[in-house]
Ligand binder design. Structure first.
Ligand SMILES: C[S@@+](CC[C@H](N)C(=O)[O-])C[C@H]1O[C@@H](n2cnc3c(N)ncnc32)[C@H](O)[C@@H]1O
Length: 257
């Protein structure tokens, strides 16, 4: 990857030391960056990632956006899946390079971005939502992240109409009633594929896990990811004072023959 060259239209990250990177489309000619000013990155087209530029008195390196950079750039509408949970969902649902994945609902597209990063350029994510406004919000965030070629957005109520795809590697559900979708998810998966759910309450988790079991999923289990930041300074290393107390519970099951 490090030997590739930038092409026009790609999303790049501008990274200054000590600051969070921000995303910019690599365009020919001046580009307006919201709240920052105008930049011309034409000279980077055809160059390798990692070069240094100077803009408005600050030195930036033009680097490939990380999944964290892409997630940090989203505009929030619906409650998003946080990076700690998205990372675990990617692992639990076996979302690997080249995978074909279905997701519902799209919401703000945060989880969509994590899934699209994980499937790589050879994989694909179909993201369903029953609300057009959320589909549009998610699509805009996925475009901002530069991952639109890996995602198809579709308006569909998957609890009512099911998932009309087959031989999927993974199905990931972040909607209020995943138990209404798991039978359809089971049918949509290839044998050996995984479905995973994300639910904010214990009540929803119980119903989801009950549905995983009754539908016939194997390897059913549930986890909660608790992340505690650490303040690391020589002789004074300790847990961070602030912590995100609760996000959601994750459950997973595997389709077997
Ligand atoms: C909490 S949001 C998803 C957030 C998203 N995972 C993210 O990280 O940005 C839940 C979404 O599920 C959608 N939804 C709820 N029930 C649905 C259904 N039966 N079929 C499709 N989408 C549904 C809602 O419209 C909403 O956009």
């Amino acid at each position: 990857m490090s030997e590739t060259h930038w092409t026009e239209g790609e999303i790049v990250a501008l990274k200054a030391r000590g600051e969070r990177a921000f995303l910019v489309p690599l365009a020919r000619g001046p580009t307006r960056i919201h709240d920052r000013g105008v930049i011309d990155l034409s000279g980077q087209i055809g160059r390798s990632p990692g070069e240094t530029i100077e803009w408005l008195g600050t030195r930036y390196q033009v680097v490939r956006p990380s999944p964290a950079d892409r997630l940090a750039a989203i505009k929030r509408g619906a409650q998003i899946v946080t990076p700690k949970d998205a990372a675990q969902l990617v692992f639990l649902a076996a979302v690997t390079p080249g995978a074909r994945v279905a997701e519902a609902g799209s919401g703000s597209g945060a989880l969509t971005i994590a899934l699209a990063c994980a499937v790589g350029p050879e994989g694909h994510v179909t993201s369903f939502d029953r609300r057009v406004d959320f589909l549009e919000a998610a699509r805009a965030n996925v475009v901002r992240a530069g991952l639109e070629s890996r995602v198809t957005f579709r308006e569909r109520d998957v609890a009512q109409e099911g998932i009309d795809l087959t031989h999927l590697d993974s199905v990931v559900l972040d909607l209020p009633n995943p138990w209404d979708v798991l039978a359809s998810a089971h049918l949509a998966l290839a044998v050996g594929g995984y479905a995973a759910t994300y639910t904010p309450t214990y009540n929803q988790l119980e119903r989801a896990v009950g549905a995983f079991r009754s539908v016939g999923f194997d390897e059913v289990r549930a986890v909660e990811v608790i992340e505690r930041g650490l303040s690391v300074n020589e002789g004074a290393t300790r847990p961070a004072f602030e912590m995100l107390g609760h996000t959601g519970f994750l459950a997973v099951g595997r389709r077997v023959g």
